[in-house]
Design a protein around this ligand. Sequence first.
Ligand SMILES: [Zn+2]
Length: 312
Amino acid sequence: MTTAAIVASLSVGAMLGCLGPCLARRLPPRQATWLISVGATVAALTAAAVLVLVGAALLGQLSDLLGLGHWSSSILRERAPTDPGVAVLALIGAVASGVSLVLVAIRRALYTWGAYRTCEAIDGDPRLVVVDDPAAGAVAIPGRPGTIAVSRTLLAALSPFERRVVLAHERAHLAAGHHWHRTVVAIAAAANPLLRPLIGAVSLATERWADERAAAEVGDRRGAARALARVALLTGGTGSTSPELAIGGRPVVARVSALLDDAPPPRPLLTATTIAILFLALAAVVVVEKDVEHLFELAGHVYQAASGRAGR
Ligand SMILES: [Zn+2]
């Protein structure tokens, strides 16, 4: 049972990693973004918890050696949920994922701090900055309240309608806090590499979310799609080198196609499948936690009984 729960918990990351791109393309983008970011968090936390719990049974056996033990190490050894080799791998995985998580969290914190500082340093109206740059581009810089930086070159090349689409798109990024969703997924993927496909998925979902908001604001989906395609051509944005929250960033073809279609319907089956996968992760970690807790309780009782006999 415990082995099955461990396998299930660790498989959830792979399942979610495979499902993420599909969620980003097929679900309404707001729903997709939340499912991906919450799902990544749950999958990363539950997998880390399982690794720590499996490793704990091995560490408990060392308590005798260190003279700290209140558990019978023979019981912990005989009834451990996994082989010692698996427990060692689990401990190595837990440490590696913790280090990777901290490094990425620091990098994201520096990015966010730098963005906030940039917004605070702007004189005048911080909400829109026009930059004299020969390259065409527009980007949302997170902050309080956040800034939209757009190049004069791009503004000059666009019609008034297209400018409205660009600005509405960037405003949507700031208003919905898309950088927080991307940060959460990046940190979760650092902790659990199986979640890496979700980084691209949440980028696409948040871009589509901003596209949908822009289309609703200008009241013309097809017009917004044409504006987006034109901006992508002007910015030369293939997505791979675009800065985060840039208008031409991420798969433009998929985004234009989504806007040319009707607004995406909620897909209850896809949503329910994702939620069921997350519940599987939670159930698995509860099973492993209960088993390891019972193991330590038993080891503690045996240790106390043995200590009592030795004291008599
Ligand atoms: Zn964008």
